[in-house]
Design a protein around this ligand. Structure first.
Ligand code: HEC
Length: 106
């Protein structure tokens, strides 16, 4: 009985892991052009979005700072390669949605 419970927990863990790996770029990120430089996990031109979430988790007011950075672009935090300004091509509301999505990643 105990081994059945253990294997059920293991199976649930595997399902959770594959679900986490299945996180895909939201349509808004595709439409907004973020996917040219970002992946959910791992560096492309810019940092992986899970790495951004880890770096800033728990910092007060971080969303507003990241929204400004995404809008205006900039370099120097992750390396010398700059992010292009995404505003006005991407609206402030869409940038907010994307930053909220990024900071919700684990
Ligand atoms: C031309 C390539 C490019 C595009 C397009 C791009 N990024 Fe970036 N992004 C980067 C680079 C490079 C960095 C690292 C900048 C640095 O080191 O300061 C970055 C950093 C970031 C960061 C972290 C900023 C920081 O200061 O830590 C966020 C959040 C982000 N991008 C979100 C987005 C979103 C959302 C979009 C789509 C609207 C987007 N990016 C489009 C290249 C890009």
């Amino acid at each position: 009985m105990k081994s059945i419970v253990v294997s059920m927990i293991a199976a649930a863990g595997l399902m959770a892991a594959s679900f986490a790996m299945a996180v895909d770029m939201p349509d808004l990120a595709k439409k907004s052009g973020c996917i040219a430089c970002h992946k959910i996990e791992g560096k492309l031109v810019g940092p992986g979005w899970t790495d951004i979430a880890k770096k800033y988790k728990g910092q007060a007011g971080i969303e507003a700072k990241l929204e400004a950075k995404v809008a205006k672009g900039g370099a120097g935090v992750w390396g010398p390669v700059p992010m292009i300004p995404n505003s006005p091509k991407v609206s402030a509301a869409d940038i907010k949605t994307l930053v909220t999505f990024i900071m919700g990643l684990k």
